[in-house]
Design a protein around this ligand. Structure first.
Ligand code: NAD
Length: 424
């Protein structure tokens, strides 16, 4: 079997996840090189894939200084570091699996799409929800005409209060200027999936949302800067860092300590020396902790989207069509279809489109799903409908940027006018 050669740029959490799925579920893929300045992460990939030292690079500039030597590149660096390696990799002729957001500004998103279209390479944005059995099941029901034309969707993204505190108050996405606005960082997946389900272009948006809770005004009286310093509210505060990060086995301490097997010393360091040990009401965070977006599509179909930090976590969706409705919860893995003609309610099984099996795993099976889709795409055997071109992904990013403008300016924004405004 001819192998598809792939290089990995950014061997952090996401890069390692894709590499693992490539290894486990995509025998057609051969990972041939890695670039990451972090020697621990780089070596992890080196060992797992048996790479020679000459295939391990200290950064994207080094690996992309060479002539193209693989079919595709996975770019999984941080939000602010997608644009430059993406443009260089496109120039060299690599197909790309590019982490979301494509780039943090509309101008850069356009440039990536333009460059890819001119060069004739494919750029697949890691909108992993499209590859989850949950959302592909919903899409299939709609495409089969079971609920008629989609008129209205009510979609809810529960970020989860601990996840929010970890990533968006203390962690990598807590500050817009270092990463991107919450709607782009977290919910660009949802805006993308909603457009896919409605099947039309978004025309108008408006949005409300603020950072209301995770800020200094809500700091408990006498709370020190770091939780370990002995906070009077420590016992009852759900965000007490000592509760979230003290257990060496918790998923959050691995991320905070940047280690698969954190030690007691790592725990101590995280709690006393890093942002993850800080009081959540005293971080320099500025991204919203709740936001609603209303979207209107070409035919007049409407969507109401609600993102919130204040919940256990999980997505729920209610899709209403002219012939029926679907109510579905991602966390509980339920999809219920109600058909108007028969008055029948059915529980629809959520099956992996590839294996026809129930599936679990990273992002509800989406991480593995996107690697399979990439592999099949590169092998010329992909026959699903979830993969999308970069122009559609960028159009959906543009909806996000327009919604952010609507939120900041407190008005309805017409997507076309927003796009026209970018040309000034
Ligand atoms: N698709 C999804 O569902 C999803 C989920 C979470 C995060 N993300 C996105 O994935 C991206 C990566 O997130 P992460 O959590 O893996 O971050 P991370 O910090 O764990 O990984 C980023 C890696 O890039 C490396 N890096 C830094 N400079 C580099 C350089 N010059 N060349 C090559 N590598 C370099 C870092 O050392 C690090 O290992 C972000 O843009 C994030 O928004 C996507």
């Amino acid at each position: 079997m001819k192998k598809i050669k792939v290089i990995l740029i950014g061997a952090g959490n996401r890069g390692t996840t894709y590499a693992r799925h490539a290894f486990d579920a995509c025998p057609e893929i051969e990972l041939v090189a890695v670039a990451d300045p972090n020697p621990v992460r780089r070596n992890h990939i080196k060992e797992k894939f048996g790479l020679p030292e000459s295939a391990c690079f200290e950064g994207w500039k080094d690996i992309l200084a060479l002539e193209k030597f693989a079919d595709a590149a996975i770019i999984a660096t941080q939000d602010q570091m997608h644009f430059e390696p993406a443009m260089k990799a496109i120039e060299l002729g690599y197909h790309l699996l590019l982490e979301k957001p494509a780039a943090p500004t509309p101008e850069e998103c356009y440039k990536i799409a333009d460059a890819a279209n001119k060069k004739g390479v494919s750029v697949i944005i890691c909108h992993v929800l499209r590859f989850t059995p949950f959302f592909t099941t919903l899409k299939r029901i709609i495409d089969e005409g079971k609920i008629g034309k989609v008129m209205n969707i009510n979609h809810y993204e529960g970020v989860g209060h601990i996840h929010y505190s970890h990533s968006f108050t203390r962690g990598n996405w807590h500050k817009e200027s270092d990463s991107s606005p919450m709607l782009l960082a977290k919910s660009c997946h949802d805006i993308d999936i909603l457009q896919w389900l409605v099947g039309e272009k978004c025309t108008r948006v408006h949005s409300f949302g603020t950072l209301s809770h995770f800020c200094a005004a809500n700091k408990p009286e006498g709370a020190p800067e770091y939780c370990y310093m002995g906070c009077p509210a420590g016992e009852t505060c759900p965000y007490n860092a000592e509760k979230i990060y003290a257990c060496e086995k918790s998923h959050y301490i691995s991320r905070a300590a940047d280690s698969e097997r954190p030690t007691k010393d790592d725990v101590r360091r995280v709690l006393t020396e890093t942002n993850y040990g800080r009081c959540v009401y005293q971080c320099d965070n500025d991204v919203v902790d709740h936001q609603v977006v209303n979207l209107e599509y070409e035919s007049g179909a409407t969507v109401s989207f609600n993102m919130s930090a204040f919940n256990e976590g999980g997505r729920r969706i209610h899709i209403m069509g002219t012939k029926g409705e679907i109510y579905a919860t991602m966390k509980d893995k339920t999809v219920t279809l109600y058909e108007f003609e028969t008055g029948k309610k059915t529980d629809v099984p959520i099956l992996d489109a590839i294996t026809n099996q129930e599936i679990t795993g990273g992002h509800g099976g989406g991480d593995r799903g996107i690697m399979r889709a990439l592999t099949e795409f590169l092998c010329g055997t992909y026959n699903g409908n979830a993969l999308t071109d970069i122009s559609t992904s960028v159009a959906n990013h543009l909806t996000v940027f327009a919604a952010e403008q609507a939120r900041r300016e407190g008005r309805v924004v017409t997507v076309e006018e927003y796009i026209e405004g970018l040309k000034d």
